[in-house]
Design a protein around this ligand. Structure first.
Ligand code: SF4
Length: 509
């Protein structure tokens, strides 16, 4: 059962209460599993469709493919030229959008959103799309990323009379649009986007237009696709990742560029560069962990980047071993690259239970303590008596890594060598990735040897920063990207950061 919020078709009664179901509070208040607490989470995936007779269903399918980017809430807003409807709920896309619910979303345009957020901030009210009735008309917005100059803007807007419906930073953008002195809507959007700082890949919808934009540094991915309709205008789509296009049989057209605002209307696609001269800082961790390997983001295939990370890791810190075992799922592609480069057999020595996920609600504390064992199980006959190279994509607090190392050793492995396909995570993210503060990041407070001892591995090595950058650059005939690597260096590409979050363990202000 899920919790619903229906923002209504204009002119109709708001059905919020009528659509509330039991079990909602449980879904809204659930805490992440103990194994999840030591994993990094992306906060969102976004989707937009223009010019499709069943836009809501297309958005649903796109969000289904983007479910890995957020499992806590999802929403779809549609427009038919006159009205703008919006339904969102707590839970997975497939749980929220049944046939009955999709039938309440008419129109040829849609935007959609799937969200992960931390517990205190997980209210249904903050689920997206957010619909705001502004001086510029009805606007729905869905946003991936985090703004960093939030406090200032919010105070200024409230002084100017803005009334906020949510605590979500996405609403700031809509309020800025509403308060902009620019004459046209597109000018107002460009004006508001140039005032916010941080990470945003956004899709917006009015009654008759779709807008898509990325922040000037291009932190989060956003791609444009197309479905050709014989004898009719093309359907235009936007998605956080191109894997969403595959499910819709759409072709990838191009990435929305950093600092670009694209508008799609009945008259076609137009674009403007609302910001320029800012150095690109695309999130390299999208290539390491978040994005699906079958997606192409920042102009290159994630699969290729991860394969190269694994190969580079083998070159930098190879160790004599009998098998290479990935921590599924995100460690699989890098482990394949490592195994091939090192000439060591690749084995699926850990099996992931895909049905646990974040929707699992622990009935009691005793079950919670199972932690990693609920998600992963060792294949004893592949590990027994073997020297194992274990490939994973990050160590956050170290507690999950220790459980996995113990699990592999408990299954009979003779040696366990942990290799991480990126550098040590030493600083938190302020751009849409839910990282703990510096005092809780093990690599920010301990040496690699201390971490090795803590996780009880025979050896531990991380990919170098140079190795990571080389793995994610070039290829595909694509020009070199410039990446944000702040969680590995502590050098942030924006001016605004939360100082309290970057204090090391033991420090206080
Ligand atoms: S700090 Fe790390 S996770 Fe955050 S945007 Fe930069 S590279 Fe990505």
């Amino acid at each position: 059962m899920n919790r619903w919020l229906f923002q209504g078709v204009e002119g109709e009664h708001d059905l919020t209460d009528a659509l509330r179901c039991e079990g909602a509070a449980q879904a809204a208040n659930r805490e992440p599993q103990s194994s999840d607490a030591d994993t990094l989470h992306e906060e969102c995936g976004v989707m937009a469709i223009h010019g499709h007779p069943d836009a809501a269903r297309e958005a649903y399918l796109g969000l289904y493919a983007l479910q890995h980017r957020g499992q806590e809430s999802a929403g779809i807003a549609t427009a038919d030229g006159q009205r703008l409807a919006n339904i969102k709920g707590m839970g997975l896309v497939s749980e929220i959008f049944t046939e009955d619910v999709l039938a309440k979303l008419p129109g040829t345009m849609a935007i959609g959103h799937t969200r992960y957020s931390t517990t205190g901030d997980s209210a249904l009210l903050n689920a997206q799309p957010i619909r705001v009735d502004s001086t510029k008309g009805l606007i729905a917005i869905a946003h991936n990323g985090n703004l960093v100059n939030l406090g200032n803007l919010r105070t200024r807007l409230e002084r100017a009379g803005a009334y906020f419906q949510t605590t979500s930073d996405s609403e700031i953008i809509v309020q800025l649009i509403a308060h902009s002195k620019a004459g046209s809507l597109v000018d107002a959007i460009a004006d508001s986007l140039s005032q916010v700082d941080g990470a945003f890949s956004i899709v917006m919808m009015t009654r008759d237009r779709i807008f898509a934009a990325r922040d000037p540094r291009g932190f989060r991915p956003l791609s444009m696709g197309r479905i050709k309709n014989p004898g009719a205008p093309d359907t235009i789509l936007f998605a956080s990742e191109t894997c969403a296009f595959d499910l819709l049989r759409a072709e990838y057209v191009r990435d929305v560029q950093p600092g670009e605002l694209v508008m799609v209307s009945e008259d076609g696609v137009t674009s403007r560069q609302y910001a320029s001269g800012v150095q690109q800082a695309s999130c390299i961790f999208e290539h390491v962990y978040f994005a699906r390997p079958d997606s192409r983001i920042f102009g290159r295939w994630v699969q290729e980047s991860r394969d190269r990370m694994g190969r580079q890791l083998a070159r930098e810190s190879g160790v004599p071993a009998d098998v290479v075992v990935p921590v599924p799922d995100s460690g699989v592609t890098a482990a394949l690259g490592y195994a091939e480069e090192a000439g060591i057999p690749f084995r699926l020595g850990l099996i992931r239970n895909h049905y646990v996920g974040r929707t699992f609600i622990e009935p009691e504390q005793r079950v919670r303590d199972f932690g990693v064992r609920l998600k992963l199980n060792p294949v004893h006959n592949l590990l027994e008596g073997k020297r194992v190279v274990l490939i994973d994509d990050s160590i956050i607090r170290g507690t999950t890594s220790r459980k996995i190392v113990r699990m592999v050793r408990g299954a009979g492995a003779k040696e366990v060598h942990l290799r991480i396909s990126c550098p040590p995570t030493v600083s938190p993210c302020f751009y849409g990735v839910d990282t703990p503060s510096k005092r809780d990041l093990i690599a920010a407070n301990q040496s690699i040897e201390e971490i090795r001892r803590f996780i009880e591995a025979d050896s531990l090595a991380y990919l170098s920063l140079e190795g990571l950058l080389a793995s994610c650059d070039g290829g595909d005939g694509h020009q070199a990207n410039r990446y944000c690597v702040a969680c590995y260096t502590g050098n942030y590409p924006t001016q605004w950061i939360d100082v309290d979050e970057i204090l090391p363990a033991g420090a206080a202000i």
